[in-house]
Design a protein around this ligand. Structure first.
Ligand code: GLU
Length: 421
């Protein structure tokens, strides 16, 4: 028996959603495989004069609804199955939000913390050189993901302009503001999740003073903590790769973010009054209303899901809860707001950036926030209603919502019944 891959496990969600819809088998045939995955080796000149090679990929999973869209991750454990799975999730995420995009993803197997800044720039530029032939404003549009940021997007955009002989800012999103980035893209992933949570708070039984635990304290984790703390909610536990801290009375989020920006791990706060250091896995078991996984995939599994005490899990990471863990959480009555909806604020504001770049007309922050709010509430409500009407988990409802849009588009090219009458 061959071992089940991450993509096989992700495809189970597709089958679950399909069982609720009358869709043509052509749709599943098209969506169960990535359309194109390219692998290269980037050969980089290191600062000491030596050369080192790094594996890199770009996957364009499906482009029925528009050019493929999705981030580029720099991570030492990056692997092809992971890239393809993340690209599959992007396909569904863009469809849930009704963005005119398909799904894609890219990665470099590298630990960016081991690189100098000049080496990081060379890796970034080399990635664009290697994949420029599949990337483009109407073809495939990258963005930031784990361990990549606005500066890296700026280098990649610049490299593309040099190759194309034209400045085409819509080729990549998440750029620095002064290079054509959108206001509000920096905190968009967290803000989208925050708007969704606030919109559904009544239905989810959440009060006006929530206790929140955040797993992972990178871009999304820091911003969600900040947004929630500003509304009077308590951040009671936080973790990063160094470990976890617990403060039943609530953490000083601003101080924590300041330390993190100064290069310190969250555990550096452990000796402050009211803050204890706990085992990373113990974060899942703390008393709280909302648990926010904001790190990597497969963090909540059948082995630790039982410990969770939260009422709601808000997935800001991609794929943090495995299918086995989903079943356990459902049995315990814990509602999971799934990644393809809960973290879709990031790609939604990426879409706004692309629209602004193409128009050459830029919006103020207020307009970005208003449009994000409207999109999160519209699609969040639609997904919530599907889950109530069909008696499914919110995740299955999100897949049903996305799949019906994808199926409509795929079926418009004609199905068997059109050709054989
Ligand atoms: N990497 C982010 C995600 O997983 C953002 C993608 C984008 O903005 O295109 O949704």
């Amino acid at each position: 028996m061959t071992e089940e891959t991450l993509l096989d496990r992700a495809l189970v969600r597709l089958d679950q959603a399909a069982s609720h819809l009358q869709i043509d088998p052509d749709v599943i045939e098209k969506l169960k495989y990535p359309r194109e995955t390219i692998k290269v080796r980037l050969l980089i000149r290191m600062d000491d004069g030596s050369r080192k090679s790094f594996l890199a990929w770009r996957c364009r999973y499906d482009d029925t609804r528009g050019p493929t869209k999705g981030g580029i991750r720099f991570h030492p454990d990056a692997a092809v199955e992971e890239v393809e799975t993340l690209a599959f999730w992007m396909t569904f995420k863009c469809a849930v939000m009704n963005l005119p995009y398909g799904g894609g993803k890219g990665a470099v197997r590298v630990d960016p913390r081991q690189l100098s800044k000049a080496e990081l720039e060379r890796v970034s530029r080399s990635y664009m050189q290697a994949f420029a032939h599949v990337i483009g404003p109407d073809r495939d549009i990258p963005a930031p993901d784990v361990y990549t940021n606005a500066m890296i997007m700026g280098w990649m955009a610049d490299e593309y302009y040099q190759l194309a002989g034209q400045v085409r800012p819509a080729v990549i999103t998440g750029k620095p503001i002064s290079l054509g980035g959108s206001l509000g893209r920096d905190d968009a992933t967290a803000r989208g999740g925050f708007y969704l949570l606030r919109h559904l708070a009544g239905e989810l039984g959440l009060g006006s003073e929530m206790r929140v635990a955040v797993q992972g304290f990178g871009n999304a984790g820091q911003f969600i903590a900040k947004l929630l703390a500003a509304e009077g909610h308590k951040i009671v536990a936080v973790s990063d790769s160094s470990g976890a801290i617990h403060a039943p009375g609530g953490l000083d989020v601003e101080a924590l973010i300041a330390r993190k920006r100064a290069g310190q791990p969250v555990t550096a706060m452990a000796n402050e009054a009211g803050v204890q250091s706990i085992a990373p896995d113990a974060l899942l078991g703390v008393h709280c209303d909302v648990l926010v996984p904001a790190a990597l995939e497969d963090m909540i599994t059948k082995d630790n899901a039982d410990a969770i005490k939260a009422k709601v899990v808000l997935e800001l990471a991609n794929g943090p809860v495995t299918a086995d863990a989903d079943a356990i959480l459902e049995k315990k009555g814990i509602v999971v707001l799934p990644d393809i909806l809960a973290n879709a604020g990031g790609v939604t504001v990426s879409y706004f950036e692309w629209v602004q770049n193409r128009q050459g007309y830029y919006w103020d922050l207020e307009e970005v926030h208003q449009r994000l709010l409207k999109t999160m509430e519209r699609e969040g409500r639609a997904v919530w209603n599907i889950s109530r009407e069909r008696g499914t988990s919110v995740r299955t409802a999100a897949y049903i919502h996305a799949l019906s849009r994808l199926a409509n588009a795929i079926e418009e090219h004609g199905t068997q019944s059109y050709f054989i009458s």
